[in-house]
Write a protein that binds this ligand. Structure first.
Ligand code: OOG
Ligand code: MG
Length: 262
């Protein structure tokens, strides 16, 4: 740990304020180059506690930067995670206000809901499949608070891994008989296909990503709780959206998620 508690608290407020009020900030490692990964997660967990203190519920978690496409797109070496607050959540057919966000992008994801807690270290894909209650399709709306979506891994972790909104739809299904690795996804914006992908884009299999999340949380003594809504990471590259855009993502075997930016 390189930053003191007061600085961690200041940076947590700084990042959270930019998220709530939708304004751009400069990458925090520019001002705090000595910051460590532990500091970055301390900032994120402090912002999370601040949200809870304000009465928000933390409803889920997300993994980010789990695909080669995304790591290459953002120029970072490893995946990261973030939390999902109650007001991030939207249902199928939602209208999301573009003006309340900075420069949103959409990405197709598979969401997991667990029936048993997962406690790292040592979690593996088998533990995840055994602990999964159901999976369902989701589209994440990410909105980095950093100028031009440019960041390094520590900065993006402090910014709650760009979490902003997510939309769920389609069908919830048990993982039995479902091959999440080959499950195909087609993303359309205003009727035009913009991205294609398969579950394998996420660390070879989306459940691997959930195991990694439980293990990363385990390093901080945290448990991935049953009932938590978990986004496993983007299958496609993230696509920028404008006001008025209609987003539809078709998931093989799981149905469709669609919504509009207004
Ligand atoms: C970080 C968040 C990435 C994912 O699924 O890969 C993410 C970013 O690219 O801004 O949510
Ligand atoms: Mg994502």
């Amino acid at each position: 740990m390189a930053l003191d508690k007061a600085t961690i608290e200041k940076l947590a407020r700084h990042c959270e304020d930019a998220e709530v009020n939708a304004y751009e900030i400069t990458k925090i490692t520019d001002d705090y180059p000595e910051m460590t990964y532990e500091d970055a997660y301390d900032i994120q967990w402090t912002a999370r506690a601040n949200k809870e203190a304000k009465g928000h519920k933390i409803v889920g978690m997300k993994m980010g930067l789990t695909s080669q496409a995304k790591m290459k797109q953002m120029g970072v070496p490893n995946p990261c995670y973030g939390y999902l607050a109650d007001y991030f959540s939207y249902g199928d057919g939602a209208q999301i206000e573009h003006d309340k966000l900075i420069h949103p992008k959409v990405e197709a994801e598979i969401a997991f809901v667990l029936k048993d807690d997962l406690v790292g270290p040592g979690c593996h894909i088998g533990d995840v499949l055994a602990a999964t209650d159901f999976v369902m399709p989701a589209v994440e709306v990410i909105d980095s608070r950093y100028k031009d979506f440019k960041f390094d891994l520590k900065s993006v972790i402090a910014d709650n891994s760009s979490s902003s909104r997510y939309v769920t739809g389609g069908q919830a299904r048990s993982v039995d008989g479902l091959d999440l690795k080959t499950l195909g996804v087609v993303m359309e914006i205003n009727g035009e296909i913009v991205q294609l992908g398969a579950g394998a884009a996420v660390l070879g299999h989306p459940a691997t990503s959930i195991a990694m999340l439980a293990n990363m949380m385990g390093e901080r003594g945290e448990v991935l709780k049953a009932g938590t809504y978990i986004l496993s990471g983007a299958i496609t590259a993230a696509v920028s959206v404008n006001k008025g855009d209609n987003v539809t993502v078709k998931f093989q075997h799981l149905g469709t998620v669609s919504f509009k930016f207004v």
